[in-house]
Design a protein around this ligand. Structure first.
Ligand code: SAH
Length: 348
């Protein structure tokens, strides 16, 4: 029986447009799709019996053909700074993580896009898992649904989404685009694209495509301004070197007043010299961006350490002197291994 249920297509994998096509093919009028879609994303666990504005017969037909998935919370860890890490068990037993980062005026949820990652960044703990599989659109969206459901009980909402958890979102491109469509649909969760950020290590062809297909914010994990240095840290740079990446950023369509976020982790003695800051400033010239400096989160056995705070501040001063907005991001949730690059499923 449970196998049978697993085999049914999951309604949460479809955009409203796709759902409309499916329901019309079943002989239902198009407006029914809007009703079904909005039931999937309103507070309270969605189920076919709850869809009370549909006839019993329609509910029965839908239930026969489809399922509505949800994520099982395997573990939840609360950091002393309020950050909360969720481990979700997927239907096939794999575990992914999401991190909720409460700030004064917002609740940002950091989402995973893959189980593991194939990019092989030398400093990242997720990379040590290797690539296991892509998440489905439903698995991405359900991270938001589950956390939203929990916050709702406290009268709160998730305000911002960042695809900065496990995986390389642009390597799971089609599912990402579908998930973005579902998340921003105003019949459902209704996240404005201004409140969604997709972070990438720099898959150039997909960056352009993302710009064509969505209006979300773009973050780039740059981490080095020199190709030799970046090759060492991020194997993806051998395929997509810095100059090409920066060209792609120059032609990325940015809505008015928006800037690309450049992420730069500060690794002691590796990429944190004054010369690195000057080079970074030079290379970013002409790109509408702001720079986030993050102290490296030390993960055991990878052999890197964070730059001392004075070094980071000096680095930031140089960038500011060159006219850039450079912010120093403090790491959140480090005590529960929820900080950047520390998301590797322990359950496995
Ligand atoms: N693959 C995408 C999305 C992951 S975002 C990307 O690369 O952008 C996770 C961010 O944390 C990336 O900027 C990544 O480079 C960074 N990161 C990885 N390990 C880290 C560590 N130990 N300390 C700080 N940042 C780290």
């Amino acid at each position: 029986m449970s196998v049978l249920i697993m085999d049914k297509p999951d309604l949460k994998n479809y955009t409203l447009a796709q759902l409309t096509e499916m329901l019309v093919a079943m002989g239902l009028p198009a407006y029914r799709a809007k009703q079904v879609f909005s039931w999937l994303y309103r507070p309270g666990l969605p189920s076919f019996p709850r869809m009370t504005d549909l006839s019993l017969q329609m509910r029965g037909e839908l239930e026969e053909q489809y399922q509505i998935s949800r994520l099982e919370t395997a573990r939840k860890e609360l950091s002393t700074d309020g950050t909360c890490k969720y481990a979700f068990r997927l239907a096939d037993g794999n575990v992914i993580e999401s991190v909720l980062i409460p700030e004064e005026e917002r609740n940002t949820l950091c989402l995973s896009s893959q189980v593991g990652c194939a990019m092989g960044c030398r400093f990242c703990l997720t990379a040590t898992m290797g690539f296991i599989r892509n998440l489905t659109p439903a698995e991405m969206v359900n991270q938001v649904c589950t956390v939203t459901e929990e916050l709702c009980a406290k009268g709160q909402v998730v305000t911002n989404l960042v695809f900065m958890g496990m995986g390389e979102p642009l390597a799971n491109f089609d599912h990402l685009i579908t998930a973005l469509d579902i998340l921003s649909d105003h019949h459902g969760l209704a996240f404005s694209s201004r409140r969604i950020t997709v972070s990438t290590c720099g898959l150039i062809p997909r960056i352009a495509e993302l710009g064509e297909k969505s209006k979300v914010n773009l973050a780039i994990s740059l981490h080095a301004a020199d190709d030799e240095q970046r090759n060492q840290l991020m194997p993806v740079n051998r395929t997509y070197p810095i100059a090409d990446l920066l060209e792609a950023l120059k032609s990325f369509p940015l809505p008015p007043r928006r800037r690309i976020m450049i992420e730069y982790i500060m690794i002691n003695g590796v990429n944190d010299a004054d010369a690195d800051a000057h080079l970074l400033a030079k290379k970013l010239r002409g790109i509408s961006c702001k720079i986030n400096l993050l102290p490296y989160n030390e993960t055991s056995a990878l052999g890197y350490a964070p730059s001392p705070i004075e070094r980071i501040e000096r680095f930031r001063e140089i960038l500011r002197h060159h006219g850039y907005t450079a912010l120093l991001r403090t790491s959140r949730g480090a005590d529960i291994s929820a900080a950047c690059g520390q998301l590797a499923a322990k359950e496995r």
